[in-house]
Design a binder for this molecule. Structure first.
Ligand code: PLP
Length: 480
């Protein structure tokens, strides 16, 4: 959320003209005074008056008639003034996909207290905006008349090729395609390697976006337990492979959400061996890798980089740079052609200027400088959250991720004894909402509604007094 901004002269004038219409100084069908008269009356420049009139016209309140002037087109009672405060809803039972929509609409997947103005933009984002702005300004005269190559802009793919190469993953440019974020990359990957009815193995707990995709693509899911320290349990996957015809496996070896687990190299090798034995497609979600507090881990794809590889790497800049870019990528191995085809069918192409701006930003070293700054900040925020939670002195189990944006909290009991936890995360959701606190309850991270005694807590934001107070309130709610 951006900080409240000061209003400009044209906005003040727009408000005055709007009031004039609402108070029927100018009625439906009547003509407003000429631009020159408005300039005199409101002591404003011609540009300011024209800007204000143009905005009222865009809202459908005025109509510009050639060589005549501006006429009122709406009755005052139909004019709505935009409201800024969020409506508080009474507590009600939740359903998991509705719950996810509710959280997304509140922009709260990674913030327990969304909607507060934050401070200045970080320097990395300032530089990014500058690069994108420059790319837009330098657009070639006729660019707007042409679509980009469906695979994506060569300049951006070259930067991604270099970045992946530094992580031990040597890919050709035609093995990389640009997508609309990682969620879209996962969609393209699963659509290419599976048919409706196929069985897909996922981490449990795992990313809710994948559960939604499986549902949409009519795929069957098998949940494989995932540990907070090492990720997907490969022995459990092996046992599942012996029992069911599993077609694909979606896995996040680097800082999986919600636990933040990093899969050790021996498990990665075991996973690829199993994939070979059972002819399994591996969809690798690498989105959190660049948030590593230490060295950025190599992707699983580095162990399987050839054009016929069975690992489909999906990622984006959403977690490491900006969720607002909606730019990601997919390296589809043996399914790459189908993936490209599908991208073209569903999107035609991505924005050339946006890709160019991002490519310049990376090439000029701003991305690596941003990551260096960000990792200290994220680690600090994680430590603050951990210290605060440990101060609660309960028997909660807390994951300690070395990257990513969140940790996983398993509720304990007040006594600390091994018995079912006292708190139900789904029941806590509406109670917290009444206090304007938004949590991400555990059942979101399971297709079968497990983890009712867990929540994901994000450390993506700084722990200012308001957020710390929200945590204290949450703790109080957990105990009532
Ligand atoms: C593990 C994981 N994969 C993919 C996504 C979606 O990423 P994008 O914003 O790039 O579509 C998210 C977003 O929360 C995520 O946590």
């Amino acid at each position: 959320m951006s900080a409240p901004s000061r209003s400009y002269r044209y906005q003040d004038l727009e408000q005055k003209l709007l009031q004039g219409i609402q108070q029927q100084r100018w009625r439906l069908g009547e003509r407003l005074p000429s631009i020159r008269s408005l300039c005199e009356e409101f002591a404003a420049s011609k540009a300011t008056v024209q800007h204000a009139l143009q905005r009222l016209e865009a809202q459908g309140l005025l109509e510009a008639r050639p060589k005549s002037g501006f006429y009122v087109t709406l009755k005052p009672h139909t004019i709505r003034t935009p409201t800024t405060s969020a409506r508080l809803e009474p507590p009600r039972p939740v359903n998991v996909s509705e719950l996810l929509l509710d959280i997304m609409r509140r922009s709260a997947a990674f913030d327990i207290l969304p909607g507060r103005p934050s401070g200045d933009l970080p320097p990395g984002i300032v530089a990014l905006n500058r690069s994108i702005g420059r790319a837009l300004r330098r657009q070639r005269g006729d660019d707007y008349l042409y679509y980009d190559d469906p695979a994506g802009l060569l300049a951006l793919r070259s930067q991604l090729q270099l970045m992946l190469g530094r992580r031990g993953c040597a890919l050709e440019l035609d093995q990389i395609a640009i997508t609309c974020g990682c969620q879209n990359a996962l969609f393209l990957a699963l659509s290419a390697c599976c048919q409706p009815g196929d069985v897909v193995a996922v981490e449990s707990p795992g990313f809710y976006g994948v559960m939604q995709l499986l549902q949409q693509l009519q795929l069957q899911v098998i949940e494989i337990p995932a540990h907070a320290d090492s990720g997907m349990d490969i022995d459990a996957l092996e046992s599942a492979l012996q029992q069911w015809p599993i077609k694909a496996c979606v896995v996040s070896p680097a800082f999986a959400t919600p636990t933040g687990a990093l899969m050790p190299v021996p498990q990665r090798q075991q996973l690829l061996q199993l994939a070979d034995q059972h002819d399994l497609a591996i969809v690798e979600d690498d989105i959190y890798a660049d948030t590593a507090f230490n060295q950025i881990p190599d992707p699983l794809k580095a162990l399987d980089a050839g054009p016929n590889g069975r690992v489909i790497l999906c990622s984006s800049l959403s977690k490491s740079l900006s969720r607002d870019l909606r730019i990601g990528w997919v390296c589809g191995g043996r399914w790459h052609r189908q993936i490209l085809q599908l991208k073209m069918i569903t999107q035609l192409a991505s924005s050339r200027s946006l890709q160019q701006g991002i490519a310049d930003f990376i090439a000029e070293g701003h991305y690596s400088a941003h990551l260096k700054r960000q990792k200290y900040q994220l680690r600090y925020q994680r430590d603050q959250l951990l210290a605060y939670l440990r101060g609660w002195q309960t028997s909660h189990k807390i994951s300690v991720p070395e990257g990513g944006l969140a940790l996983w909290l398993e509720f304990g009991t007040k006594t600390g004894l091994q018995q079912p936890a006292d708190t139900d995360a789904l029941a806590l959701y509406p109670k917290a909402l009444q206090q304007k606190i938004v949590i991400t309850p555990g059942p979101l991270f399971s297709a079968s509604g497990q983890f009712g005694h867990c929540i994901r807590l994000s450390f993506a934001h700084d722990w200012n007094p308001q957020r710390l107070q929200a945590l204290t309130t949450l703790r109080g709610l957990m105990e009532t």
